[in-house]
Design a protein around this ligand. Structure first.
Ligand code: HT7
Ligand code: ZN
Length: 883
């Protein structure tokens, strides 16, 4: 397979000014006629051949300026169509291809999902529809005419405005769509099928009335209310926070059950997988509701960050994804609770991105090379990318960030640009120069920031010394220091923030505040080793470092255990309050893991129990914050901190702490469950969700005791629940312990929800992620459950992805988990390479385990790499994992 490099980027030889597409949709075949107005590119030489991408296409004809090309005038291979000597100047190209959407299980290009036609063109799916320069820097205005059977496909949608529709012979009809905005091919979309719509409208800040439609099979329409609410909230928010207004009179969202990722931001025709639109209190959890809000917002925000200003090439993906994730995070924060959202986002980064950054697939947020671009839609590009955008805001403040955004749109509307263009807009708008900051785009690996502190009572100064280390990653053995913004506050002995007046570093004194404008948190920016000395500090403070998680780094500070307990109880920065508890928990878990490995009796530090008890009893704290603060770090996080990851020891220790806490805090936990019951109708607002989160977290602790009274309690919660959030949490609590109660509850749940495929997916996920011993056998059985379907990515992610996320069973000593995944990957690869390669990623950190496990996982990877007909998607991940 061919590796593609960022350094080899060249502008396209030809420009496409106008693209007219015509689709004749049929049951056996679809005919696509593509008419393109082609002109020479800025750097293209006149005699350059015109090379078009194409994949799985049957070419029926090709004409230039109306004349059919002869065989010797073009060549076709499995990936390209090349016109050897195109005419000089502007010319018309017409290509007719035949495609077979009904056989397309890869879910890229044009395919069928439950009888309806739909498309997915990002990243390189358009080339499965027609021959094209399928790259994001080729931007054109499109029209799209769709012809199809009127009974089978009454709804015909594409991008832009509907300009004509009507009936044709033989029971067919047509629709003609025109998109007035230039766009790259990856934003093209088409949908045809039997769909109903929920319609609403939004009046933009300039007074334009926009029609909003959410399309779904008619029976699901009642479940689209929350998505519509989310869309309108997003439109409002983008106007208020960024001054960005929607630019067309129509915005469509279409729901499909079969979709490789979450959703897609096609211009004015977003396509979503069902899970991220459909919700009712009875069938969707608070987590689902929150995800819908975030993803509907995310796709809508792409209209400006991605569509109006797009990427020059796919290496720049983080330009649109990192920025748009940052925007959706801020949107959700503003509509909910900022601290809780920040905790959730940072946890996601630590649980998923840190391991990627420390493994064989580590790559910078802007990768240097790829074999299959699909493999780089990663937590690094998305979530770490969002953290990099967040650092601009941390450094320049909200108004400086807004100025940078304004300049970015002013300079680049309608263009395909690079990460440097975004950086330049931010710096220029703020009259700043931050050359080292660009390292964040090119260096992989999570930096570790070391901090040591000292207080000098005689001079009343407090010093913080920083140093950093960026670990080696594949292809990058040596790193340059990064530019890191660290938000800092100093907490006095009463728990209050000290006013920060001035700070020395590098021989310069910086005044931070005046008497009438006190400052309690400041952002220290450092590159290499640096010391910062705060003046006028009357007593020894406890430093609160990296407030709000101001940079995506691992922090290694010299804070003592008692400092951490103090911050857990007092820090005004709620994120750092949570963080102090997590640092304590991580230290505690690691030391108990060592005890477990040495077969010592496990004893839980009573101070930790006391710390969590006071959090649980603190009525002034937000309830969801409490739920998060009493939740232990995940098994993966702890394994990541070990020289050799030991899933059995980490699992045993986490369970031990959970049970011990449940035992010692039982009364408080019972009280929290009782006082957080409510008979109110389901509401999607922070207070109601926080109440449910706290109740469910406490119930899970209690059920871990596996005692008759708590089992009774969990059963009661299960039976009396009136919404999925509480019903599912109770089921989860009950299913912690193997036995009849668990089996009965799982069966009861399935019987109740068997006709709702989204709820059934949750049922698969719950069983797949279970840590009950020997769970691989159950998961294996579920593969042949009638409700499971290997062609539906959502079900695959629930069952197979879920299983790989349960360390103790996936990493079973006997290799049964690895064998299971190895077999499934090969099966899946034949159906859907993108999904198969996501699954094979679970093997990538095999070197982190003991020798026995390493050998077992490696054998599976070798088996996969040597399989006949393996996709490039899976090959790239598996071979890089073995390298
Ligand atoms: N921009 C969208 C990416 C996407 C995608 C990429 C590869 C294969 C399938 C895909 N479906 C959607 C989603 C987003 O980030 O908004
Ligand atoms: Zn996106």
């Amino acid at each position: 397979p061919k590796e593609i490099f960022l350094k080899d980027y060249r502008k396209p030889d030809y420009l496409f000014d106008k693209v007219d597409l015509q689709f004749q949709l049929g049951e056996e075949k679809t005919i696509v006629t593509t008419k393109i107005v082609v002109s020479p590119g800025v750097e293209g030489s006149i005699s350059a051949p015109l090379v078009l991408h194409g994949c799985d296409l049957k070419l029926l004809s090709i004409k230039v300026n109306g004349t059919e090309l002869k065989g010797e005038e073009y060549t076709v291979d499995s990936r390209h169509l090349t016109v050897s000597t195109p005419p000089a100047g502007v010319f018309n190209l017409e290509i007719v291809t035949e495609i077979y959407p009904q056989l397309n299980t890869s879910l890229e290009g044009l395919y069928k999902s439950t009888g309806n036609f739909c498309t997915q063109c990002e990243a390189e799916g358009f080339r499965k529809i027609t021959y094209f320069q399928d790259r994001p820097d080729v931007m054109a205005k499109y029209t799209c005419r769709i012809e199809a059977d009127k009974t089978l496909y009454p709804v015909l949608l594409s991008n832009g405005n509907l300009i004509e529709q009507g009936d044709l012979e033989d029971g067919k009809h047509f629709a003609l769509w025109e998109d007035p905005f230039k766009k790259p091919s990856y934003l093209f979309a088409l949908v045809a099928g039997q769909l109903g719509c929920r319609e609403d409208s939004f009046v933009t800040c300039s007074g334009r009335n926009v029609t909003l439609r959410i399309w779904t099979p008619a029976q699901d329409l009642p479940k689209t209310a929350h998505a519509m609410y989310s869309l309108k909230a997003a439109m409002q928010w983008d106007e208020e926070v960024f001054g960005l207004e929607y630019d067309l009179d129509l915005f469509n969202i279409v729901v499909v059950p079969d979709f490789n990722m979450g959703a897609m931001e096609n211009k004015s025709l977003n396509i979503f997988q069902s899970r991220l639109v459909l919700a009712s209190p009875e069938t969707a959890t608070d987590g689902d509701y929150a995800a819908i809000l975030g993803v509907v917002g995310h796709e809508y925000f792409h209209n400006w960050t991605g569509n109006r200003v797009t990427c020059r090439d796919w290496f720049q993906l983080t330009l649109k994804e990192g920025l748009t994730v940052f925007r959706d995070q801020e949107f959700s924060s503003d509509l909910g609770c900022r601290t809780v959202k920040r905790i959730a986002d940072v946890s996601k980064l630590r649980i998923y991105q840190f391991p990627q950054d420390a493994g064989p697939m580590a790559h910078p947020i802007r990768p240097h090379s790829y074999i299959k671009m699909d493999n780089f839609y990663t937590v690094t590009v998305y979530e770490k990318g969002a953290e990099v955008v967040r650092m601009y805001k941390t450094m320049f403040g909200a108004s400086g960030f807004r100025k940078g955004m304004d300049l970015y749109f002013q300079r680049h509307d309608g263009q395909a640009v690079t990460c440097e263009d975004f950086y330049a807009a931010m710096c220029d708008a703020n009259n700043a120069q931050l050359p080292h900051f660009l390292q964040w785009y090119s260096q992989a690996g999570t930096p570790t920031v070391k901090v040591s502190s000292s207080y000098d009572p005689s001079s009343q100064t407090f010093s913080l010394k920083f140093s950093q280390e960026v670990p080696p990653t594949p292809g990058q053995p040596v790193k340059e220091p990064m530019f890191i913004p660290v938000a800092v506050g100093l907490v006095d002995s009463t728990g209050k923030d000290m006013p920060l007046t001035s700070v020395y570093s590098d021989g310069t004194l910086q005044t931070l505040a005046s008497d009438d404008k006190p400052v309690f948190t400041t952002v220290l920016q450092f590159k290499k080793e640096e010391e910062f000395i705060f003046e006028n500090i009357p007593e020894k403070p406890v430093p609160s470092l990296l407030r709000g998680y101001s940079a995506p780094v691992r922090l290694d500070s010299d804070l003592s255990e008692s400092d951490l307990f103090f911050l857990l109880a007092n820090d005004s920065d709620e994120f750092n309050r949570w963080e102090a508890g997590q640092v304590l928990a991580r230290k505690l878990m690691l030391s108990l893991v060592a005890d477990f490995q040495q077969q010592k009796t496990l004893v839980l530090n009573p101070k930790f129990v006391d710390g969590l008890r006071s959090i649980l009893r603190n009525t002034s704290l937000d309830k969801e914050f409490i739920a998060k603060a009493i939740t232990l770090p995940g098994q993966g996080e702890i394994m990541d901190m070990m020289a050799v990851a030991d899933p059995d020891a980490v699992h045993a220790v986490r369970n031990f702490i959970k049970k011990e806490l449940a035992l010692q805090l039982k009364d408080d936990l019972l009280a929290a469950v009782a006082s957080n019951r409510s008979s109110e109708a389901y509401m999607f607002n922070h207070n109601s969700m926080a109440r449910r989160a706290l109740k469910n977290t406490c119930l899970a602790y209690l059920a871990s005791l596996n005692e008759p009274d708590v089992t009774e309690l969990a059963l009661h919660e299960y039976k009396t629940a009136t919404n999925m959030t509480e019903q599912f949490a109770a089921l989860l609590a009950l299913s912690q312990n193997p036995g009849k109660v668990r089996d009965d509850a799982l069966l009861d749940f399935y019987n109740q929800w068997q006709n709702d495929y989204l709820v059934v997916s949750k049922w698969f996920a719950l069983q797949a992620t279970s840590d009950i011993p020997g769970n691989v056998v159950n998961v294996q059985k579920l593969l042949s459950h009638p409700a499971f379907d290997m062609r539906n990515p959502n079900k695959v992610y629930s069952l197979i992805g879920g299983f790989c996320g349960s360390p103790v069973n996936f990493h079973a000593k006997d290799g049964s988990g690895y064998k299971f995944l190895g077999e499934v990957v090969l099966q899946l690869d034949k159906i859907n390479p993108q999904v198969a390669s996501r699954m094979v990623s679970a093997f990538s950190r095999w070197r982190r385990y003991d020798e026995n496990r390493q050998a077992l996982a490696k054998a599976q990877l070798e088996m996969i790499v040597s399989a006949n007909g393996l996709s490039e998607n899976v090959y790239e991940i598996a071979s890089k994992s073995l390298a």
